[in-house]
Design a protein around this ligand. Sequence first.
Ligand code: AGP
Length: 608
Amino acid sequence: MCGIIAAASNRNVGKLLVQGLHKMEYRGYDSAGIALHQLDKIAHLRTLGKVKLLEDKMIQEKPKSKLGIAHTRWATHGEPSEENAHPHKSNERVYIVHNGIIENYLELKDYLKKEGYSFTSQTDSELIAHLLDFYLNKDKTMIDSMYMTLDKLEGAYAIAAIDKEDNKNIVVARNKSPLLIGLGTDEFLAASDPLAISQLTNEFIFLEDGDVAQISADDYVIFDESKNPVDREITKIDISNQATSKGDYKHFMEKEIYEQPQAILNTIDGRVGGDDVLDNIFGLGSSELFEKVKRVQIVACGTSLHAGRVAANWFSAISELPTQIDYASEYRYRNPHVDENSLLVTISQSGETADTLAALRYAKEKEYISTLTICNVPTSSLARESDYSIFTNAGPEIGVASTKAFTTQLAALMLLALSLAKSRDKNPKLRTRVVTAMRSLSDTVQETLKLRDVILEIAPEIASKDNALFLGRGIFYPIAKEGALKLKEISYIHAEAYPAGELKHGPLALIDEDMPVIALAPESEIAEKLVSNLEEVKARGGTLYVFSDPSISMDLKAGRLINMPKCDFLLTPIIYTIPLQILSYEVALLRGTDIDQPRNLAKSVTVE
Ligand code: AGP
């Protein structure tokens, strides 16, 4: 993961580099650092911990510079420490920041040691600085040295490098890790994410794999992998300040939970008509393509995978299509058999998740009829490399725990289920029913948010425990899994999810007064069976917190029955997600954890 940023300007860049790092802390936040060119020397500051600590150091030392690079880290090779923080340097001359993983780092380290270089960190990144220095000492330019260095590297990287002997230029390179150039006023910038420099420009160039570029305050030049100068398209993106600040909320997660009614409207807007989904909303020719689809293969990670698990049920019920679903990190390693006319669907908030991207690239070599992505970031690698796409339009999601990204992914996946069904001429009445329900979905989510008061009452009971079980059946099992993921991710309470009918096959042994059980009990054809499963928990002294349809009655000895707002059954997974998000948030708040940046995690997982 990690976030990198670079700036060449006619003004001081220290502050804007640190501001950029703050905006990329979602990519990692275990240490941070900066290297600033000061003509006769390079100021090199690194701190263990969040960007704020680097900022404090900058305030104390006030280094001035018009050219610099900076980094916020999520440790892969080597523990979080000041020595392992970027920028790394070689011979007080070359300074680099790197995002990605160098797979052949041991071999290259050995080679460089034999050439007389010594290493001060445990990272795979430091060797990049040494390789650049090695070639610069052979009278090569920085651009030539970068190409010669890249020739030796295996793996994924976005790199920015500066040379003490050159106070004008920064050289950057990209392969399988995101990197873009920002076209500012009297300055050029580079960063892992447009968000990092969105206050400085709305014009970006997304570099391609193999590209090397040089930026200065007045100009930029890009070369492709064969070292030919290339023109890359300039993309305009406006990211408002409001979208990237917390406003009156305590945490981004809280803000993002409350943004869901609007975010869902944005996902659906312009994509459904009076009584059906509109044609070609996944791209020109998508409706025609969908006529031929016979099977769907979903790959995703984490929360996005849970959205896929819900959608697999919808593809079956609405589109009458069989669906296979895999963890993106596992998919390539099971030698998947691809049936004729199978559609590959990836789901990702960031569109940069390395496992999902690698799965897409692998699938493109297979016999899929096409590839399609559900993504929140239109400029992401996944969006650019997929044949078809739909954007969830949720706005930037900053909290590490995914909330609005998930519910909007579900809305977009429902659009996909409807589109596949429409092209395949399946279930027209059902489609009209669902489209009608989708139009009031945002209002129902708004109503569901009012459950916060009830949740505030039960949160202390969960916060005082070390474990929790989540139960759901059928289409609600993935929602139970999402609830458990949310709780463990931000409150560090161990939580697991089961289809309620599985309890008696083992997990029931865990039930006692210290095991809160959170159950999802909507009105459904298996509601009675679910209630029986919950009775089994009750009989063993378990405390139940049941989110249920008002028609379900249960006499709970301990715990709570919480009535949920009514909604079309096929859309209820979206509604039942909301109280679980609020519950995790309130529990984490009580436990005093770092909600937006939980320990050991990062928002965008760009390493496999
Ligand atoms: C969930 O709260 C996590 N942030 C995580 O599971 C996330 O969904 C996963 O890493 C996939 O990310 P993506 O959607 O950006 O691909």
